[in-house]
Write a protein that binds this ligand. Sequence first.
Ligand code: SF4
Length: 313
Amino acid sequence: MSLGETSVEKIILAEPRGFCAGVDRAVEGVRNALRAYGRPLYVRHQIVHNRFVLEALESEGAVFVENLDEVPEGQRVIFSAHGVAPSEWERAHVRGLRVIDATCPLVTKVHSEVEKYAHEGRTVVLVGHQGHEEVKGTLGVAPGKVVLVGSVEEARAIEISDPTRCAAVTQTTLSVDDTREIMDTLKERFPAMLTPKTDDICYATQNRQNAVKELVAVSDAVLVVGSKQSSNANRLVEVARQRGARAFLVDSLADVESEMLGGVRALGLTASASSPEWLVERIIEAFASRGAAVELLSVATERVKFPLPMPAD
Ligand code: SF4
C-alpha cells in the first residue's frame, strides 16, 4: 500500500466486527490442542477462512489438510468451524483418527434441523452457496433429501415432489436481506414449508451486517477486512454496495490502495467474523498517523461465548 496523502479525516469503526464466538472457539481449540498434544496437529480444511490466522497457526504446528487420507492413521484431527458431513466422521472412525470437533454450535444446530426434517420424510431446501464448506457439510447430513437453492430465480424454479412435506434451512453466513427474499419466494410457492422460528443466519452475521448498513449511511466509502474465500466477508461488501456505498474487501493494510480513497473524508471500517482484530488495528494506525480521528459506531454488544471443543483422548 502507498497511502501517501489522504483526504480521510475520520475512520468510523463498526461494532461488532471481527471474530465471532464460533471462530474464537475454533482458533482457541487448535491452540489448546497444540498445547496439550504438541505438533503436528492436523486440521481438516482451513479452520476459518482467513490466511493470516492460518499462517499463524501453521507456524505454531497446525497442518491443514483438505482430505482425511492425508492424516496418518491414529493421529488427532480437528474439524473446522464450518462443520462436516456425517460421512467424514465415518471416514475418520475407519482410519482410527481421534477427532476434535470445532464445528460452530450454530452450524451443528442447522445439521440437527436437517436431520430431524429428513427423518420426518420431508424434502429439505438449503438456502446457501454452492461449493461453500458449510454447505457441503449440511448437504451431506441427509444425502439425496436436501436441495440447494442459491437465488430467488432458483427458488422460483425448484420442484418438490410432495409440497406438503418440505422444510427450509439456511447457511449461517448469508446476507440477511437476500435470504429473506429467497425464503419469501419459497413460502409463497410452498405454503406448507416448515421454516426455523428465526432463520439460521447467525447472530454474528446479522450484527455485522446491521453495523455495515449503519456505516454506509455515515461514510463516503467502506473497507471490509476479510479474505476473498470468506462468505461472511463477501456478504458484508455486498450489503454495503446494495446500499450504494463504495465498498472494498481488503485482506490487510497492504491491499488498501489510494484509488479506493479518492475524495473520501469519512471512511467506514469493519471486519468479517474470521478476521483478527490486529489487521483492523494496523489500518487504523496507518490513518491515525496521517491525522485521521477514530469514531466508534456501535449497533450491538455481543456476549456470546461457546465452550472450547472437547479434546480427543
Ligand atoms: S459466523 Fe456464526 S455460524 Fe459461523 S462460526 Fe461465527 S458464530 Fe458460528
